[in-house]
Design a protein around this ligand. Structure first.
Ligand code: AMP
Length: 188
């Protein structure tokens, strides 16, 4: 059990693991915002903001936006009043330097991370889900790049948070409702 105060949550998982869906459902249940960096960047691209112009090519290739730029985006977002009581972060951190930045942002706020949820889904299942979903950046070769980036840069964070005893491994290879129910029980 996480307890009523454990509301600063990071959702880790590969592209297509269902972390966005679960982050939203969990956040709604806990009454805190789901913060998806991917969604924030996609909106910026759609709205053609300065940020959108800087990230659109990188995103289209399935690569990562720079740690420096992401630090600004996340620091600003976590400073918003709605995030002060907690958040479910989806898509950040994705690299070791981003995890360092998140620690720094939270310690500057006088708080710390309470929980990291790792949604574990086998790679074969990820490919199948992505092909069914067909988002623009889910085209097969872009997806392969996204998975490669995930394996090389993001997956090592599982160990980092594991060594701080923050992480919960959740079997993500089940129907959405079954995963949501397990997460709900964790936070009850
Ligand atoms: P997502 O919806 O989380 O898969 O993110 C979509 C795309 O946005 C990624 O493939 C990256 O290009 C970019 N992105 C989202 N979050 C981050 C992040 N934390 N660091 C770098 N790039 C990111």
């Amino acid at each position: 059990m996480v307890g009523a105060n454990g509301r600063r949550v990071v959702m880790l998982g590969a592209p297509g693991s269902g972390k966005g869906t679960q982050a939203e459902q969990l956040a709604q249940r806990l009454g805190i915002p789901a913060i998806s960096t991917g969604e924030m960047l996609r909106s910026a691209v759609e709205e053609e903001t300065a940020l959108g112009h800087r990230v659109s090519d990188v995103m289209a290739r399935g690569e990562l936006v720079s740690d420096e730029l992401m630090a600004e985006v996340v620091r600003d977002r976590l400073a918003q009043p709605d995030a002060r009581a907690g958040f479910v972060l989806d898509g950040y951190p994705r690299t070791e330097p981003q995890a360092d930045t998140l620690d720094r942002i939270l310690s500057d706020q006088g708080v710390e991370l309470d929980h990291v949820i790792f949604l574990d889904v086998p790679e074969r299942e990820l490919m199948e889900r992505a092909l069914a979903r067909q988002r623009a950046d889910d085209l097969a070769e872009i997806l392969e790049e996204r998975l490669r980036v995930y394996t090389g840069k993001t997956a090592p964070l599982i160990e980092r948070y594991g060594s701080r005893s923050l992480i919960r491994h959740i079997d993500g290879n089940r129907p959405v409702a079954a995963v949501a129910e397990e997460l709900s029980r964790l936070f009850s």
